[in-house]
Design a binder for this molecule. Sequence first.
Ligand SMILES: Nc1ncnc2c1ncn2[C@@H]1O[C@H](COP(=O)(O)OP(=O)(O)OP(=O)(O)O)[C@@H](O)[C@H]1O
Ligand SMILES: [Mg+2]
Length: 316
Amino acid sequence: MIVVLSLNTALDRILVVPRFSVGEVFRAERSEVFAGGKGINVARVLRQLDVPVRVVGFLGGLPEPFIRDRLARAGIDQRWVTVDGESRTCVIVVDPISEEQTVLNEPGPHVSPAELDRVRSTLADSTGPGDILCVSGSAPPGVPDELYGDIIRDMQERGVRTLIDASGGALRAGLLAAPWAAAPNVEECASAIGSGEPMELARRLSEHAEHALLTMGAEGLLYAHRGTVRTFRAPRVKTVNAVGSGDALVAGFLAGIEQGMEPADALRLGMACGAVNAGRLEPGIDPAAVRRITQGEGEPGEERFPARPDEMRASW
Ligand SMILES: Nc1ncnc2c1ncn2[C@@H]1O[C@H](COP(=O)(O)OP(=O)(O)OP(=O)(O)O)[C@@H](O)[C@H]1O
Ligand SMILES: [Mg+2]
């Protein structure tokens, strides 16, 4: 079973605003509301790929009934810890002219130490040997950076592999616990382990995670594993809204691994999901479009770079 941790669950409002800029008044051409947050984006794509998924996390306030309903309809198994505060609302402004997206994220509710304990025990009750846990995104206020590291160690003791996709101190703490996989983008990775060229960052990431995925948006990603860094080029799509493509990539990769694929094939599936997500306004994928990419049309190219052992040993 794939289990997703969603600490900073969100209600995402997507507004389509042509020629958006700051400091002016605009009327949105279109407005859509979705259940959101990194973890939920991952869970949504897993269900779209027909893979069972369970979500554990914090939920509270006005967005709660909406999110419960949307996830139930998507067939996602939900194990929420209800919090006193209000789950956040995030606004994503999509400009169809510039093809740029502007994201305004609320910080999320302050969670108490008791609520934190409850989420850790719910996670323990919701995972078992052989499962994969996906830990994605920022944590709400009140959650110490060390939590992701602690969770990764808890999971290792339970025979659960963990993939982490986070940034800054939370990613750094997670990497120190040696997760099974890590999938930050370049900026997130640099915020945790210090700046460097992408190739160097991927090598350093792989000192901590068996599967190190360093994502680079429309350029694709670097995959570092067992002393080799490989470049995977992304399929070309017309970008509509690339927010959540990292989450779609993670979902496709995990779906492939869960189905017994080799990591490189799982990555190709993930990258097809990332590309299809980028080509749509709403978060998520169309499985038929993903299949068209994985079965040949615009399949991502791949180049190999042997990692140099001396550089592999460089650390922060
Ligand atoms: N415009 C795009 N065209 C094609 N593929 C894309 C595009 N954007 C992203 N992807 C694919 O999705 C993967 C992840 O994207 P990206 O690096 O933007 O993640 P991210 O910054 O974590 O995004 P988010 O956090 O919003 O989910 C990329 O490695 C690439 O394979
Ligand atoms: Mg991301």
